[in-house]
Every structure is written in structure tokens, then in C-alpha cells.
Ligand binder design. Sequence first.
Ligand code: THG
Length: 370
Amino acid sequence: MSIALSLGPRVRKSPYFESARAAGLAAATVYNHMYMPTGYGDPAAEYNRLINGVAMWDVAVERQVALKGPDALALARYLTPRNLDGLVIGQGKYAPLCNFEGTVINDPVLQQISEDEIWLSIADSDIKLWAAGIAGARGMDARVFEPDVSPLAIQGPKATDVVASICGDWVRDLGYFAFRPFEINGIPMIVARSGWSKQGGFELYLQDGSRGDELWAIVAEAGKPHGIGPGTPNYIERVESGLISFGADTDDASNPFELGLGKFIDIDQPHDFAGKQALMALREAGVKRRFMGLLIDGDPFTGTNEARWQLTWRDGEYAGYAAAVAYSPRVGSNIAVAMIRSKVVDAAAPVIVHTGAGNLGARVVELPII
Ligand code: THG
């Protein structure tokens, strides 16, 4: 079931908002205090474009938190358990952030933009406040602010051809999370190979919010020969690929080890960072639950869900929660990402999904499902 979204001045609009509306925007949510498109009314077409063609997504909600000044790197190091040794201008890193309890509070992509400026491209939580608080309390010489930057994602197997036709063939050689500044018709941007799907693609980080509709039009025109169409961060594909949606999959106690983010952090590095002591204790204790996939029985789910559906196992004992469920055309089954108690995972036991419209059996599988 859906309800109407009230538009008002308290929630911000993306520089692409009017273009998205003109392209048939049908649904939106709120993310980082901004409207975020979630659908254009034809989920099957949007999924097919992403898997087989190319789609353009207004992801201006991926706001940048800039750390600027002589202590920008020191502040970034304190904010993330990721080891930032070897960070260079032009190569981004996925850098989860934790609080002092070792709980994940965001999972940004981190980019060093210049000698004294680092951006955190954040998921949905108020990291500007957190980072400014830490910088102030630690007496660091770094200003924390949100620059005028609004990513437009181009995703899918044909995304490279579209972006190459706009920017040039050099984009074909760009490595994952690598980026370069670029200008078209005087519109400033940073072009990165990135995006919240595993279908490949780029993000154009527009650096002038007054020119969103112009950039949208350029991409739509360049994409025409490749069948480009509008889309949004894709619910089905992200479940298939096991990409974390901060806030949807996480709760007030989710730690990086449970989420499978252990490979992106280094708690033995010499630098101190928020949550270091807590993460050492959590590693010692071992994970009590794990971020996993589910294959769920029953007729194909339709539409979106308001899940966090509870999971039980033998004798009705609590087993965890499903965070996002979808019918996957490629798997040919209902699937989910879920946080599941380790003892259930270790037992390789089936679980029961409490959907609200009845119970369904499910099998626990590793992520990614595809
Ligand atoms: N684009 C931009 N900013 C963002 C997101 C984005 N900020 C918030 C959120 N999305 C960041 N979260 C992720 C999570 C996973 C990935 C990208 C962004 C991702 N992960 C790969 C994986 O898990 O396999 C690879 C990670 C790696 O090897 O470093 O792609 O979408 N601008």
C-alpha cells in the first residue's frame, strides 16, 4: 500500500527533481532530508534497463560531507575504522563509520578531492553533525560542511558507452571508485566509476545545483541510442547483489563484522578512531548474528514491502529479521537480505518468515545471492 508524499519546503528537492518529475516520477521517499525518487511506475522496465541496458538515477540524496583544512586527513582517519594509508586524489574507498560503541552509523564512499579536502558520500544519517562535533571536540583544524554536489548515477551494462560518449573514451579505463574532474558546456562535475548496483556504471557528481536539469538533458540525449530511461536505486538488484542499505538493513546495534564489512576496516592500525576499543571487544566476542540471504517459498511477491519481517526457527524461537524482500526474476524465487542469528546460520537450519499475510518457509544462503 502506498500513500501520497506531501511536498514542502522543509524537505529539500534535488537539482534533478523537475526533470525526474517530467520523466514520470511516481514515488519517492525521504533520505538525508531530501526527496529521493524510488520509482517511475514500471518496476519491471526499470529492473530490465538496469540488468540489460542503462538507466539514469537521481541520487542527489547521496550528499557529500566535506572535511577541509590542514587536519582533513586526520579527521577522516578518526571517523572511519578503514585504513586510509595510501589514500590518493582520484581513488575513492568504501569507508564505513562507527560510533564509540562500534555500531555502524553510515557507510560512505570516501574521496580525497584535493590536498586538504576529503568528501564522504554518505548514506542516510546526519554525519555532518557527527563529524563537526568530533572535529570541534578534538580541536582539529578542519571545516565540515555540505558542498553543492549532487550525484547523477548512470548504471547498467551500457552505461560505459553512454558516459564515454559524453566524457570521452578515458572513462573506459577508470578503475572501480576512481574519479576525475570534468566539464561539459561549462558544467563542473566529478566523474566516478561507482554506483549502488553490481551492473557497472558511473556517477556524475554535479558541482553546480543550478544546472541539474541541463545535465539530466545531456545524459538523456546521449543515452537515447542505448535506450536509456529513468530508474532509481533498484530494490530487487540490490537484494540480489547483497548491497547494504544503511538504516534498512541495520539497527542501533549493527557492527561491521555482522554486516560483512570486516574486510573494509583495520582495527589493528596504529591510528586511533571512533569505536576502536569497542570494535576490538566485538571482534573478541565474535558475531552473534550475520547479514545473509534468504530464498523464500511461495508465490512471487509483488510491489514493495514494508518489511522488517520477523524470522523464527525450530519451535518458534526468534531467528532474526528480513530487512528487504523481493521477487527476483533472475533467481526465479522470492529472496531477501536478512540479519540472522549465528547459531541458526551455523545449523544450516530452515527459517520461517512471518510476512504479516501468513508464514513462509525459507532457506538461508550466502550473499551475494547472484
Ligand atoms: N553512491 C554514492 N554515495 C553513496 C552511495 C552510492 N553513499 C551511500 C551509499 N551509496 C554507500 N554504500 C555503498 C555500499 C556498497 C557499495 C557502494 C556504496 C559497493 N560495494 C561493492 C561491494 O560490496 O561488492 C564494492 C566495494 C569495494 O570493493 O570497495 O559498490 O551508491 N555516491
